[in-house]
Design a protein around this ligand. Structure first.
Ligand SMILES: Nc1ncnc2c1ncn2[C@@H]1O[C@H](COP(=O)(O)OP(=O)(O)OP(=O)(O)O)[C@@H](O)[C@H]1O
Ligand code: SF4
Ligand SMILES: [Mg+2]
Length: 334
């Protein structure tokens, strides 16, 4: 089948414009008259090109999962727009949303939590096919599931086994097979290797890379620290307290970070050379992470930033292009 314009590498598959997500956060004030909201994602814009991996990094609570779920239309959008394959999907509902979900899948962090322990591998992986009416009987399901297991490197004689019979890495392969069942084009991988043994992390990352190459997949790959996304990402986005503070080609982010927060994250990445590793200086910024229910005016990083000046406390720094394709939101770094 011929590729459509949007399916060709280099065209945007996902476009996010000024996206904000808020959650109800209770009430404040003497009479409880003030409704608070958690500003989980604030005014975030980025694109992901067809066939690329955008790494999304930030500390716990910075809004990575919420952003990933919002793009998949799994949490309500407060403001902004999401386009998928050129179509605005911000308000898509009902049957159209169900159809859309076939193309956009989520892989969770914890393969132990995301697989029902009472279902066999066959039923776990076939479930999306059955829900979408894509298989007529058990034999057809078994054939398709066997193909999917083969694709993720699991023996096909495992169809009748339960999740507890597998290791963490194997379970994550089952999760990936299930996510691939509907032939998605876009996958949000939310810390897909964080819960796994260090020894099997690289294997699962390699599998995701191989699948991307073979199936033309596009990824948003979420991680806590930069070392995990280094090798898989073509570009990297950094989040802090709900805001996107830096985004650019992976090499540029590693070699020439522009945001002080990115510099601190980078300083935590271990270096393979033992001598350099001993000399590595960690940058640890003291100070307060903003309250997500009452974020300050201006830059969200102001409470921890050594470069803070007056303007940082008054105005939010825009995401500015510092070099070709490399954007950062900082008043004092050029
Ligand atoms: N359903 C919800 N209701 C209320 N607040 C929420 C909800 N989900 C997330 N939050 C809040 O939104 C903010 C962002 O959370 P999110 O889970 O997206 O962060 P994260 O970067 O994925 O963190 P982690 O690295 O720990 O997974 C946090 O302050 C969190 O407490
Ligand atoms: S805008 Fe100001 S507070 Fe924010 S990162 Fe830059 S220098 Fe620091
Ligand atoms: Mg998360």
């Amino acid at each position: 089948m011929a590729q459509t314009e949007a399916e060709k590498p280099g065209n945007p598959l996902v476009e996010v414009d000024n996206l904000s997500v808020r959650f109800p956060g209770g009430r404040a004030g003497f009479w409880g008259q003030q409704h608070l909201h958690v500003h989980a994602v604030d005014n975030v814009s980025f694109t992901i090109q067809q066939g690329e991996t955008l790494g999304l990094v930030g500390e716990s609570g910075s809004g990575k999962t919420t952003l990933g779920r919002a793009v998949l239309r799994r949490v309500p959008v407060h403001e902004g727009h999401i386009r998928f394959d050129g179509a605005d999907i911000t308000q898509t509902q009902g049957q159209a949303l169900r159809q859309l979900r076939r193309h956009m899948q989520l892989i969770f962090q914890d393969p132990y939590a995301s697989l029902n322990p009472r279902m066999r591998v066959l039923d776990l992986v076939a479930e999306p096919l059955v829900v979408h009416g894509l298989v007529r009987n058990r034999d057809e399901a078994a054939d398709q599931v066997a193909e999917l297991l083969d694709l993720v490197g699991l023996p096909t004689d495992t169809l009748d086994r339960y999740p507890h019979a597998f290791s963490g890495g194997q379970r994550q392969r089952i999760v990936i097979a299930r996510a691939l069942a509907l032939h998605p084009r876009f996958i949000v991988a939310d810390e897909p290797v964080s819960a796994l043994d260090v020894s099997v992390r690289a294997q699962v990352v390699n599998l995701l890379q191989d699948l991307q190459r073979d199936l033309g997949l596009t990824y948003l790959f979420i991680a806590h620290d930069l070392s995990v996304v280094q090798h898989i990402s073509s570009r990297i986005a950094i989040m802090y307290a709900g805001c996107l503070v830096e985004i650019g080609p992976a090499d540029t982010i590693y070699d020439d970070p522009k945001h002080p927060y990115t510099e601190a994250l980078l300083s935590a990445v271990p270096v393979p050379d033992p001598v350099q590793e001993r000399q590595r200086k960690r940058i640890v910024y003291q100070g307060e992470v903003p309250n997500p229910m009452m974020p300050p005016d201006g830059c969200r990083f102001q409470g921890r930033c050594p470069l803070v000046t007056d303007i940082c406390r008054r105005q939010t720094p825009p995401l500015e292009e510092k070099s070709t394709g490399h954007f950062a939101a900082c008043w004092n770094r050029h």
